[in-house]
Design a protein around this ligand. Structure first.
Ligand code: ATP
Ligand code: MG
Length: 362
């Protein structure tokens, strides 16, 4: 099939790399032909021609998107002519933190206490209800921890609200977590559901730096609980494709942070680490193919992000158990330029391999 992707970043690039062996073709709409996906398929660059979305729709048998920040009006328009997966409900819900949290509440999925905030007075009232510490976040358009203000003291109310630049925001109670986890799953057109194991994520300055897969010492009940939340969300939204849930592990169990209607950075380990990668499974789902097995191939996998500077990649190439993935992006502070996947049989081998990659970690 011909798959049209809205966006042309590294996620589109890796979708295409996984989809060609299945005989699919790809087209991308992006801002410029310099983007990471540009050489991986037909490129409909918006910079050159505003009508290029129409050309992408004419090209594609099915459309998917790289980001929950995709304009819903465009999806509505496109849907008249070609099927879009994941569908409108998934995008509409996940692109707004308030709508997302309302759905968690409706489905009895635990999340942090929250209040929507549209003014300084709202924020003052929200702080009284939720109490501090709490995090003020823009309701839409956040990524990599951008558009967030950690509030510790009531004296910060004015400063916190001003930092939101007047846009609709949400105040979330601060969750005292032991560690951060994520669950990636895929739902097919035929209602088949497949789950990857929970993985453990370490962030630095709001950016994911390290994923360990599977997360160690996970009680089977915790995996089952996370899968139950996932299944409820997939079914409620009629989701087709990959869905990711970010979670906090706390003393009192799992608390859901947010979700993403797409392949996720914390699933990149699955390229070599699972029988079927998250990318291939997304492609299979949206093209109506049977879903692939999500079982890990190795006892341990890890994913180290390459952020800002490409760094000493020769170290990676010399490691027998490491795989280098670069996204063809120029260096810039905080930019995701690539990642390294590590496979290991033992915890010691995993630890030693991560140690060898210390130049890539903060
Ligand atoms: P991304 O798109 O990269 O996942 P984001 O910008 O959408 O990130 P969040 O995932 O909401 O933002 O927050 C980024 C990080 O900030 C989280 O991974 C977590 O470390 C911390 N964080 C966010 N919300 C809370 C909270 N309510 N309590 C404690 N920590 C939080
Ligand atoms: Mg997040």
């Amino acid at each position: 099939m011909k798959i049209g992707v809205l966006g042309a970043g590294q996620l589109g690039r890796m979708l295409a790399i996984s989809g060609y062996p299945l005989n699919h073709q790809f087209g991308f709409s992006g801002n410029s032909i310099d983007e990471p996906s540009a050489l991986l398929g037909h490129m409909f660059a918006l910079e050159d021609n505003k009508d290029n979305i129409e050309s992408l729709v004419a090209f594609a048998d099915v459309i998917t998107y790289e980001s929950e920040n995709t304009d819903i009006a465009i999806i509505k328009e496109i849907s008249k002519n070609v099927v879009v997966y994941p569908g409108e409900k998934s995008l509409f819900t996940t692109q707004h933190r308030g709508r997302e949290k309302a759905l968690f509440d409706q489905l009895n999925i635990p999340c942090a206490p929250y209040q929507m905030v549209n003014s300084e007075a709202d924020l003052k009232a929200a702080v009284e209800k939720i109490s501090l510490p709490a995090i003020l976040k823009t309701a839409t358009d956040g990524y990599d921890g951008k558009g967030q203000f950690l509030m510790r003291d009531e004296s910060q109310i004015t400063e916190a609200w001003q930092s939101m630049n007047g846009v609709e925001s949400i105040l979330e109670g601060f969750v005292n977590f032991k560690r951060e986890l994520s669950l990636i799953a895929v739902r097919g057109i035929d209602n088949d559901h497949r789950y990857y194991p929970l993985v453990e994520n370490t962030h630095h300055n709001g950016i994911l730096r390290l994923t360990i897969a599977p997360a160690q010492d996970i009680d089977p009940v915790v995996q089952t609980t996370a899968e139950h939340y996932m299944q409820t969300l997939l079914d409620e939204m009629g989701h087709v494709g990959v869905l990711t849930i970010e979670l906090f592990e706390t003393e009192d169990g799992l608390v859901v942070n947010e979700m993403a209607p797409r392949v996720h950075n914390s699933g990149h380990w699955s390229i070599e680490g699972a029988n079927t990668s998250q990318f291939e499974n997304h492609v299979r789902a949206i093209t109506g193919m049977s879903l692939g097995d999500t079982t890990p191939v190795h006892n341990f996998s890890a994913m180290v992000n390459i952020i800002g500077k490409t760094g000493p990649t020769n170290i990676v190439l010399k490691m027998p158990n490491a795989h280098l993935h670069l996204y063809d992006k120029t260096e810039r502070a905080d930019r995701k330029l690539g990642h390294i996947n590590i496979m290991a049989s033992t915890q010691t081998e995993l630890d030693e391999s991560i140690e060898k990659l210390k130049d890539f970690l903060p």
